[in-house]
Design a protein around this ligand. Structure first.
Ligand SMILES: C[S@@+](CC[C@H](N)C(=O)[O-])C[C@H]1O[C@@H](n2cnc3c(N)ncnc32)[C@H](O)[C@@H]1O
Length: 215
């Protein structure tokens, strides 16, 4: 993979000129605290917006993909935002970044954690009181899911809606794409001691969003 992310490429001109896709904006109001870590920050759009919202914040955006990381550095210069730091690296090798973090953000990222999922969320839960996870409607119910999840073909695309019976999907619980769905993200939050503050179910057009908190 040597490209910038699809979401970035689709909106590149707008993003560069400062027009921000709604999908990032609607996450901003759920961010709390002054120390924020985004993992899978890609080209850095969300991390930069979170930093821009509040100059007292310290935001870290971690990304393992070289080109995306480099694009984030360029975007940061272009937008002149100083309270955000981008780091290139693999999350399991950078757990020290979690120290002192209030809000952990992972948008369209946690299904890449694969067999490290439990190890990762165990570390997150020791450090962060707030968890913001975003999924991927296409992976959870669309063509991507159909290709990769055994059993998912039982669910027809025309049946995509938040009131769907998710039982057949739950059967495949450990498949990574499960964590691209609202139910999967909420399950992982609960498992690691977070109470659900917000859960937006996926539709065929809208990505799911989960916000969990710890008292
Ligand atoms: C589908 S992209 C989503 C990008 C962005 N968060 C968004 O919603 O537009 C997922 C990103 O997470 C990064 N990523 C996945 N697992 C990671 C890990 N363990 N450590 C660092 N980056 C990771 C990938 O390189 C990729 O750029």
């Amino acid at each position: 993979m040597s490209n910038n992310s699809l979401a970035f490429r689709h909106n590149e001109e707008k993003i560069l000129s400062g027009i921000i896709p709604t999908k990032y904006k609607k996450i901003l109001k759920h961010v709390e605290g002054n120390n924020i870590l985004e993992v899978g920050a890609a080209e850095g759009v969300l991390s930069l917006l979170v930093a821009k919202e509040n100059p007292n914040r310290h935001v870290i955006g971690l990304e393992r993909h070289s080109l995306r990381y480099e694009t984030s550095i360029e975007l940061q210069k272009r937008w002149a935002i100083n309270n955000c730091k981008f780091i290139k690296g693999e999350f399991i090798e950078n757990f020290h970044l979690l120290k002192g973090i209030d809000t952990f953000i992972g948008i369209r990222t946690i299904y890449y954690f694969l067999h490290d999922t439990d190890k990762i969320f165990s570390e997150i839960s020791k450090n962060c009181s707030r968890l913001i996870l975003g999924g991927n409607a296409n992976r959870s119910f669309g063509s991507g899911a159909k290709r990769s999840i055994k059993g998912i073909t039982e669910i027809s695309v025309s049946g995509l809606n938040p009131n769907l019976d998710y039982a057949p999907y739950q059967k495949v619980g450990r498949n990574p794409n499960y964590y691209a769905s609202a139910r999967g993200m909420e399950e992982i939050g609960k498992k690691y001691g977070y109470e659900t503050e917000l859960l937006i179910n996926e539709t065929n057009k809208i990505d799911p969003l989960y916000v969990g908190t710890k008292k």
